[in-house]
Ligand binder design. Structure first.
Ligand SMILES: Cc1ncc(COP(=O)(O)O)c(C=O)c1O
Length: 397
């Protein structure tokens, strides 16, 4: 089945007279289990499983092309960070972990905290520089071999592209597990497990749920051993999803294909217009980053490995640095000045407002998460906010 159809038709009750069209939400912390004739009930307690998780878990596994979704269904977690934490803990004690310099900053903070506790050793790499990452994987003279390579592509917020097949192959040759955060691309656009990744993680909060009303995460793997460890981490650390959030995420996923189609087309158009305005100096934009632009240094690679489209996030580097970028954000009327991404409403944020964001992210960089509003309304709002910073009319040279 095509993903569009799967998204709509999967995880529904059987077509029987009087059956509901949607699965009910199961608010239950425990499950009836007393049966001396069975070896053991499948459901015991709400921290281990809940029937409301089954639909989104199975659907996510199908979308990410897990080899046997029945044996290793997706695992949903109470947040993206809970899923990321479970995956990061796959690194053995004392293991070397390579992270993209511009990975989601929450992941960087967690990894460095685990390093401070003596749990792992962390090295950050420029994920766009394949040769440098391969060299780091085999680092001669390093105390230990790399145990885990963390990849994110496109990265948040610099939108760098990792050469997934090449890096996954090199990591496996070095004996490392590869985890890919696929939040920005979604499984509609990129399927890292088909490129050899061991584990995929998501902030379901973003595009998958899609309405900025839920915080949820997921981890996926085809490897039964890794699946068992991720499941054990979830059950024992307790970062589980609530039934209502699981229901909302599944409901959001029903429209994922339509939302992505629209938001990607709009992001591409906004990127083109902003780049033209930067080139003819009609707006105070120093640089536009979007993997779909031919000016993106890894556009060709993105076109090869992203199956349909280039995502719905772009960034603008505003001339005048943090102060000018903040004024642009304050001048927006339609775009919501808020963190996060992937909702139906468009969001704008200056990323360096967070102290944890690396100093290599330009201080005037605004991350735009494009929603599903009309492109002309989004452009008009962006244009007026940028023009206001210029002082109106022609830009000073
Ligand atoms: C790429 C990426 N991964 C993971 C996360 C963390 O997810 P959550 O906020 O759902 O815990 C985020 C959140 O912004 C993200 O952007």
């Amino acid at each position: 089945m095509h993903p569009e159809t799967l998204l709509v038709s999967a995880a529904r009750p059987a077509h029987e007279p009087d059956a509901p069209v949607n699965e009910p939400v199961h608010f239950s912390s425990t499950f009836v289990g007393w049966d001396p004739d069975t070896a053991g009930p499948r459901r015991i307690y709400g921290r281990m499983s809940n029937p409301t998780w089954d639909g989104p878990e199975r659907l996510l596994a199908e979308l990410e092309s897990v080899e046997d979704p029945e044996a290793t269904p997706g695992l949903i977690f109470g947040s993206g960070m809970a899923a990321l934490a479970a995956a990061l803990h796959l690194a053995p004690a004392g293991g070397r972990v390579l992270l993209p310099q511009h990975a989601y900053q929450g992941l960087g903070s967690l990894a460095h905290q685990m390093q401070a506790e003596g749990r792992i050793s962390v090295e950050t790499v420029d994920i766009a520089d394949t040769a440098a990452v391969v060299q780091a994987l085999h680092a001669p003279g390093a105390q230990a071999e790399v145990a885990l390579l963390w990849l994110e592509s496109p990265t948040n917020p610099m939108l760098e592209i990792a050469d997934l097949p090449a890096l996954i192959e090199a990591a496996h040759a070095a004996g490392a597990i590869v985890v890919v955060d696929n939040t920005f691309a979604t499984p509609l656009v990129q399927r890292p497990l088909t490129l050899g990744a061991d584990v995929v993680v998501h902030s379901v909060t973003k595009y998958l749920a899609g309405h900025s009303d839920v915080v949820l995460g997921a981890a996926l793997t085809s490897d039964p051993g890794l699946h068992a460890r991720l499941l054990a981490h979830r059950s024992l650390h307790g970062g589980i999803a609530g039934p209502m959030e699981s229901f909302l995420a599944l409901r959001g996923m029903r429209t994922l294909a339509l939302r992505i189609e629209r938001s990607q087309a709009t992001a591409a158009e906004l990127a083109r217009r902003a780049e033209t305005a930067a080139q003819d100096r009609s707006l105070p934009v120093a640089q536009v980053r979007y993997p779909g632009l031919s000016s993106h240094p890894q556009h060709e690679l993105a076109a090869r490995q992203m199956e349909r489209g280039f995502g719905s996030v772009l960034t603008l580097e505003v001339e005048g640095g943090a102060e000018a970028a903040d004024r642009v954000i304050q001048g927006l009327r339609l775009w919501v000045p808020a963190t996060s991404l992937g909702g139906v409403e468009s969001l704008a944020e200056r990323r360096r407002r967070f102290a944890a964001e690396p100093s290599t992210v330009p201080s005037g960089l605004i991350r735009l998460s494009v929603g599903i509003e009309h492109v002309e309304d989004l452009w008009a709002d962006l244009e007026q906010a940028l023009r206001a910073v210029m002082g109106g009319g022609e830009r000073d040279r």
